[in-house]
Design a binder for this molecule. Structure first.
Ligand code: SAM
Ligand code: SF4
Ligand code: SF4
Length: 380
């Protein structure tokens, strides 16, 4: 039983948890096997977007209770997390990842929940580091973490073959950090993880800050100053309407342009060109050589047109969008003995039917906000 399940109980209205559990029990059936792309060519979806990135959520558990992701009044001691037997084993994940690689995936990001809570995660990294694209290249292998256990794990992750790491940090002010993460950790714990990662060779370390107006937007400039000249890349993320539990409100979104204006007023910035498809962050650099920052404008500047990401949930469901309602069950055919070719056909068929573009629809007030999956389950 995890530490969070042993925590003292909280009063939870049951209506708050029912649909969350439902989201994990109603998978879509695997699609009819589709045609495999020609060797070396990526699978394309309905909007001609290639399958290039795979985000793998290895656990739905976390040792933080960030208010925008796993609010404690929902994810409390009575919340039912997935049993271990339901999770894909490292061997199952690696096998699926190998098949995705044959269909065009070049970049894999491990996420969660908190991925470093999964025991011996470095063994999974080691298995994934063995994979090669059809052209014979190793994968870009990254991981997103809250940083609380990174100081202990950074060297092992690097030695296992991790390429880079992204660390989430929403505030430098200790009280604000503790309030937002609802954890007993401090910003110093996370900063030690960032430094350990850089020392281990997982550089440049990216640091993600979710900005909420009226909460931590006063930390924008202190964070920018802390990471200028550090070699790390700070990225500001617009607060998103993921899941159903965080009570998202558009008024709390600080548009990326405002973040850039606030920093630019103190330190001149210029854009860094990047034509790479599937890149979510816009890059900027300080004119005085202080390094680079990024902004991720998921709300004010939808980037669905270049979205090349598929997501694999901890128990093996394939989701085609961060805002999807359901995922396709890959674990059933996997455990029923499907061959690699059969699994590749299933995945290719699912990707070929993909037409998701939630953020574009949200921008036009046409999105269906009902019953989305939770970020802590599928990862960022
Ligand atoms: N636990 C790890 C962490 O926090 O880095 C990995 C999983 S977490 C779900 C991945 C990323 O999603 C984090 O950078 C987190 O800040 C971001 N995130 C979670 N909820 C969000 C929301 N409502 N809006 C924007 N970003 C969010
Ligand atoms: Fe945990 Fe990451 Fe969600 Fe925070 S954002 S609760 S650290 S999964
Ligand atoms: Fe991709 Fe869905 Fe996000 Fe659009 S809303 S960028 S399709 S994950």
């Amino acid at each position: 039983m995890s530490a969070e399940r042993d925590a003292p109980g909280y009063d939870v209205p049951m209506s708050k948890v029912i649909f969350l559990a439902d989201r994990r029990t109603g998978p879509l059936a695997p699609a009819v096997p589709g045609e495999l792309p020609p060797h070396g060519q990526p699978a394309l979806d309905q909007r001609a977007r290639p399958l290039r990135d795979l985000r793998i959520s290895v656990t739905d558990r976390c040792n933080f209770r960030c208010t925008y992701c796993m609010p404690r009044e929902v994810f409390d001691s009575s919340y039912t997390f997935m049993p271990h037997a339901a999770l894909l084993s490292f061997e199952e994940i690696s096998r699926l990842a190998g098949i995705f690689t044959q269909l065009g995936v070049e970049k894999i990001r491990l996420t969660g929940g908190e991925p470093l809570l999964r025991k011996h995660i470095e063994n999974l990294v080691g298995q994934l580091a063995e994979l090669r694209t059809p052209a014979g290249r190793p994968l870009d292998l990254t991981l997103t973490t809250n940083g609380s256990m990174l100081a202990r794990k950074a060297a092992a992750l690097k030695n296992a073959g991790l390429t880079r790491v992204t660390v989430s940090l929403d505030a430098l002010d200790p009280a604000m950090f503790q309030g937002m993460s609802d954890s007993g950790f401090t910003p110093e714990d996370v900063l030690r993880g960032v430094d350990a990662a850089a020392e281990a060779g997982l550089a440049p370390v990216k640091v993600n800050m979710v900005v909420r107006r009226g909460l931590n937007d006063g930390q924008i400039l202190p964070m920018a100053e802390r990471f200028r000249h550090s070699g790390h890349i700070l990225r500001f993320i617009e607060y998103m309407d993921v899941g159903n539990t965080n009570g998202w409100n558009l008024a709390e979104v600080v548009p990326s342009q405002e973040v850039l204006d606030r920093i630019g007023a103190a330190y001149a910035l210029e854009p860094v060109a990047s034509g790479e498809m599937g890149r979510v962050a816009e890059r900027w650099r300080y004119l005085d050589g202080g390094g680079e920052i990024g902004v991720i404008s998921s709300v004010t500047h939808a980037f669905c047109g270049g979205c090349t990401r598929a997501r694999l949930s901890p128990e093996g469901k394939l989701f085609l969008c961060l805002f999807a309602h359901d995922g396709y069950d890959l674990r059933a055919p996997l455990r029923d003995g499907a061959s690699d070719a059969e699994l590749a056909g299933i995945i290719a068929g699912i990707w070929a039917g993909r037409n998701d573009h939630y953020s574009e629809l949200r921008g036009r007030n046409m999105a269906d906000p009902a019953r989305k999956i939770e970020m802590s389950y599928i990862g960022g």
